[in-house]
Design a protein around this ligand. Structure first.
Ligand code: THU
Length: 133
């Protein structure tokens, strides 16, 4: 079951990888989020000539899910055409943790076909949460 989910997420993210807007770094990234309902939301990295305005593919995909009223994130796949798969950056880890601190994370390279599967719990064991007030 989870191998089918992984395959489908990789396929969906790969389909939009060419839409990455990354003229400055040349690093193309696409992300696919799968929620509890079984829906998939996609994103690519979008860079800007004012570099710090760049947004990662993961956050675009997560915000797309939230925009559709779908917050129960179970999986996120991150796809690149670099030789090695890339893990989500620290900022994206914290954003994923907001919705599911134990989300499943898939990292994949369409170039080498290398794949890594882990959990956010492993990548960000002590995520920040506001204390109860
Ligand atoms: N990038 C992502 O899209 N996701 C990550 O987790 C790491 C970095 C993008 C941002 C920028 O466009 C490029 O990769 C280089 O940092």
């Amino acid at each position: 079951m989870s191998s089918q989910i992984i395959e489908k997420l990789i396929e969906d993210a790969s389909r939009v990888l060419a839409n990455s807007y990354s003229p400055y770094s040349g690093i193309r990234v696409a992300a696919a989020v799968r929620t509890r309902s079984g829906s998939t939301y996609l994103g690519v990295n979008v860079e800007n000539s004012s570099y710090s305005l760049t947004i990662c593919a993961e956050r675009v995909a997560i915000f797309n899910a939230i925009t559709h009223g779908d917050k129960e994130i179970e999986w996120i796949a991150i796809v690149t055409d670099l030789e090695d798969p890339i893990p989500p950056c620290g900022a994206c880890r914290q954003v994923i943790a907001e919705f599911n601190p134990s989300a499943n994370i898939v990292m994949y390279s369409v170039k080498s076909k290398k794949i890594q599967v882990t959990t956010l719990q492993r990548l960000l064991p002590m995520s920040f949460k506001l204390p109860k007030r």
